[in-house]
Design a protein around this ligand. Structure first.
Ligand code: ATP
Length: 435
């Protein structure tokens, strides 16, 4: 038995894709009559700047001996990895089985939500007695080891069915029939998701990079994804591979508080909207979220405690219609927000409206003449100059709200690989899925 962990074999400019390399290793193993029990596609911390695209690492679980597995994977990496790119630093780790120690499982969890050093990976491999090899600076050892520990570290798995292009077509425009793809996606929903974005009529599952992937269908299980893939008309497919993956599981999110968030980590946080959403240059929509909790007694008329720590939240332009949901928020709304914190701002992936402000405080109108009253002085309420009527303070006026209590999310085109689509269920409030 061997678990082969692989990472960092591709290049943004030169192509390749570690999933393809893993698929070729699995094919070679089968050709030699070995069993491939499963292949894992593990998404690690999306905030890591060294990533080529989606920070994926791969592992293959096989009945092959460690020695043969190591030799076979080395050969595949040396043949195919884009090591001419100095940013490509492949890593290979081979472990005796998937039942790793809690230290290795913890390494995988930390690689999903935090930042690790190459030396951490080397030390952990050595301590566990794993066979490993790094090319270039060996950074890929981090992902390779995380992929080895993933089976024990994570309990929730979804599926991706990937179709690969014939090598002579790599780098040329892809030929995938859009009508058949949209029809297949419609039939396959909701057991498969994020195949297309209906709102923007985009084929989300077809990449635009020079890599070998033709398309990748994501979903709950092998049957659901392969049914969609089979119904798509396209250029010839060289090979397919089915991966178990932590995609669509929110594995990157941790519970947090506004006052203690750190850059480069992704959180689930609660708070109160503290500033009206504003659209800035480039179409990005920003607002401030204030910590709610202990200091709620200090909240002002709008329900916001001005002394509470605040965090900027942003819905970027590519999130398109999601920005209208964000623009619909009012100061005083209570939310749970999810996303990665970068440069002190949380990039919204989804949010739940917990409490929607139903009224706003406005200057009272005179019951006699219906004109707006005027301030009668500091803390002296309001008075109508004409009629002499008065009121102690502002009065509530019903707000016309477009939002409802529950979860809202970015559309498929803007979804991070690891982010859980609302249609998958299991959320703690009503959901408003995008498709
Ligand atoms: P692809 O999935 O298309 O192969 P990618 O987007 O996964 O590309 P890589 O080329 O694998 O990107 O580069 C990511 C690099 O970052 C790898 O070397 C990996 O070992 C490293 N890495 C991943 N997670 C972490 C982490 N949490 N801390 C530090 N380094 C990490």
């Amino acid at each position: 038995m061997a678990v082969i962990g692989l990472d960092d074999t591709d290049s943004r400019d030169r192509g390749m894709c570690t999933t393809y390399l893993a698929a070729t290793v699995a094919t070679r193993l089968r050709e030699r009559d070995h069993r491939v029990e499963r292949s894992l596609l593990v998404r690690l911390n999306p905030a890591i700047e060294h990533k080529t695209r989606g920070n994926a690492a791969l592992s293959i679980h096989t009945d092959c001996s460690r020695k043969e597995a190591f030799a076979l994977a080395c050969e595949a990496i040396e043949r195919a990895a884009e090591t001419a790119d100095s940013n490509t630093n492949p890593g290979l780790v081979v472990a005796p089985d998937a039942d790793v120690s809690s230290t290795i499982a913890e390494f995988s969890t930390r690689a999903t939500g935090g930042r690790l050093a190459i030396a951490d990976a080397r030390e952990a491999c050595e301590a566990a007695g794993y066979t490993s090899h790094g090319w270039g600076n060996g950074r890929g050892l981090i992902g390779a080891l995380a992929a080895v520990g993933a089976w024990r570290a994570f309990s929730e798995w979804t599926v991706e069915h990937v179709a690969y292009r014939e090598p002579e077509r790599w780098g040329t425009p892809r030929s995938v029939d859009t009508d058949s793809l949209f029809a297949a996606a419609e039939r396959g929903y909701p057991d498969s998701w994020d195949t297309v974005d209906r709102g923007e009529r985009e084929a989300v599952c077809v990449p635009r990079t020079p890599c070998p992937v033709l398309f990748g269908v994501r979903g709950e299980d092998r049957d659901a994804t392969s049914e969609v893939a089979t119904a798509v008309d396209s250029e010839p497919i060289e090979r397919t591979a089915t991966f178990l993956t932590n995609q669509g599981t929110d594995a990157h999110l941790r519970e947090g508080e506004i006052s203690t968030v750190e850059d480069g980590r992704a959180y689930r946080l609660s708070g109160t909207v503290a500033s009206a959403p504003e659209t800035h240059r480039g179409g990005h929509v920003h607002f401030e979220l204030a910590e709610s909790g202990e200091n709620d007694g200090d909240a002002g008329e709008d329900g916001v405690d001005d002394t509470a720590p605040q965090l900027g939240c942003v819905a970027f332009e590519p999130t398109k219609r999601f920005r209208d949901r964000v623009r619909g928020l009012c100061v005083g709304d209570r939310l749970t927000v999810c996303g990665e914190v970068s440069e002190g701002t949380l990039k919204l992936e989804k949010f739940a409206v917990r409490d929607l402000l139903e009224t706003e405080a406005v200057t009272p109108t005179c019951p006699e003449c219906a004109r707006s009253m005027e301030s009668a002085g500091h803390e002296q309420g309001y008075r109508c100059r004409n009629c002499g009527t008065d009121r102690e303070g502002k009065v509530p006026r019903a707000l016309d709200r477009d939002l409802e209590v529950g979860w809202y999310e970015v559309p498929p085109r803007a979804r991070r690989h690891v982010a859980k689509p609302l249609v998958r269920g299991g959320f703690d409030a009503p959901t408003h899925p995008e498709r």
